[in-house]
Design a protein around this ligand. Structure first.
Ligand SMILES: *Cc1c(COP(=O)(O)O)cnc(C)c1O
Length: 390
């Protein structure tokens, strides 16, 4: 069966069809799970492109093709977790170089940089949404790598990928963008000049809260070869079954994101009017400090993540979190079901309290990952949470 060229098709079509060509031996419409470690050779060294599944696996290859297409990239490396993808990137660097990182990044990224690689590289953390400050750090440090996450987690500050990547290029830095919160449907950082787009696929890309996985998408061939070599040498390769699950999950990414953000917009506007809410942050609200940048950088919408500060401190935050039921109290995000959490107590507890408060991450902050349920049920649930507050 010949492979079709979907290059000129739209996002939703590519999400469904790239890497999902029918099985050539049986016509099965769903790709087989090649649950195999090794591959039989005709003669020593004569094989069909596959020798061992740490290096390559046909189900993983299909997923990599699909994901590269969704980020408009030539190459993709799929890893067993998001964190192991981050580890591979750090291993491409030479010991002793400077790394400049946003100061409001995923807690696990902060932990990886400050407790695993702290003796290998010099990390500096700075507010990546403050463009003048961040650019001056780029020029001062001349980092080998710049690491940004946008919107930031959990404060949802937005940084200008295009300007930062350009400033990085001028000093020879590689810019990595953690695009987990937006998904490839809403933002394609390499189109804006970034060198590597990174995703924890445990979130929106898979979307069903049943897999942990990571992905790196890029166009630079030598950097890709280095990452593939490191994947093979270190070994955090995604299993065939999990690759298959993500290949299935990503088929509905476009339609899921549409619903996530439709619900999120309604909820953000509702929260903004509520008397028990001190402040709401959502990139799709005109009150967001970088609303104008958000509109140009995210051309299909603003995603499904909202944070808000509840009045009445930690006591009310606790009461609210204990009394919602449709929103599940759990870490993680990006699944079809709505999740809610307290960053100070849960996802960002590994950041010392003084550091947290310095960046405005206070105890009364609540983070919502808005799912694709009926929005009226989500609003009723939020009302139940507020009704329990003092
Ligand atoms: C979850 C997450 C990660 C880490 O990915 P895992 O798949 O959990 O290893 C990195 N960055 C962001 C923004 C995340 O949300």
């Amino acid at each position: 069966m010949e492979t079709q060229d979907y290059t000129n098709n739209g996002f939703a079509t590519r999400a469904l069809h790239v890497g999902n060509q029918p099985d050539p031996t049986t016509g099965a419409i769903t790709p087989p799970i090649y649950q195999t470690s090794t591959y039989v050779q005709k003669s020593p060294g004569v094989h069909q492109g596959y020798e061992y599944s740490r290096t390559h696996n046909p189900t993983r290859t299909r997923l990599q093709e699909c994901l590269a297409s969704l980020e408009n990239c030539k190459y993709c490396v799929v890893t067993a977790t998001g964190m192991s993808a981050e580890m591979l990137i750090l291993h491409t660097l030479t010991k002793g170089v400077n790394v400049l990182c946003g100061d409001d990044v995923y807690g696990g990224t902060y932990r990886l940089f400050t407790t695993v690689f702290q003796n290998d590289f010099n990390f500096t953390f700075a507010d990546s949404s403050n463009l003048e400050l961040f650019k001056s750090k780029i020029n001062e440090l001349k980092p080998a790598m710049i690491w940004i996450e946008t919107p930031t987690n959990p404060l949802l500050k937005i940084c200008d990928i295009q300007t930062i990547s350009k400033a990085g290029k001028e000093v020879g830095a590689i810019t990595v963008v953690d695009n987990t919160f937006m998904s490839p449907y809403l933002c394609n950082p390499t189109d804006l000049g970034a060198d590597i787009t990174y995703h924890s696929m445990s979130k929106y890309i898979n979307g069903h809260s049943d897999v942990v996985a990571g992905a790196l998408m890029l166009n630079n061939e030598s950097l890709y070869k280095d990452l593939a070599r490191l994947q093979n040498s270190i070994g955090p390769s995604q299993s065939p079954f999990d690759s298959w699950l993500v290949l299935r999950g990503v088929k509905t990414l476009a339609i899921r994101m549409q619903r996530h953000q439709e619900n999120a917009q309604i909820i953000a506007e509702y929260l903004e009017k509520h008397p028990l809410v001190e402040k709401v942050t959502y990139p799709g609200l005109a009150s967001h400090p970088q609303y104008e940048l958000a509109k140009t950088q995210y051309n299909r919408g603003f995603g499904g993540m909202i944070t808000f500060f509840i009045k009445g401190g930690l006591d009310n935050a606790r009461l609210f979190l204990e009394n919602v039921h449709v929103f599940m109290l759990a870490e993680s995000l990006g699944g079809v079901e709505s999740l809610i959490e307290s960053p100070a107590i849960m996802t960002h507890a590994s950041i010392p309290k003084v550091e947290r408060e310095k960046i405005g991450l206070t105890d009364n902050l609540i983070r919502l990952s808005v799912g694709i349920e009926e929005v009226k049920d989500l609003i009723a649930d939020i009302d139940r949470g507020f009704a329990a507050c003092k």
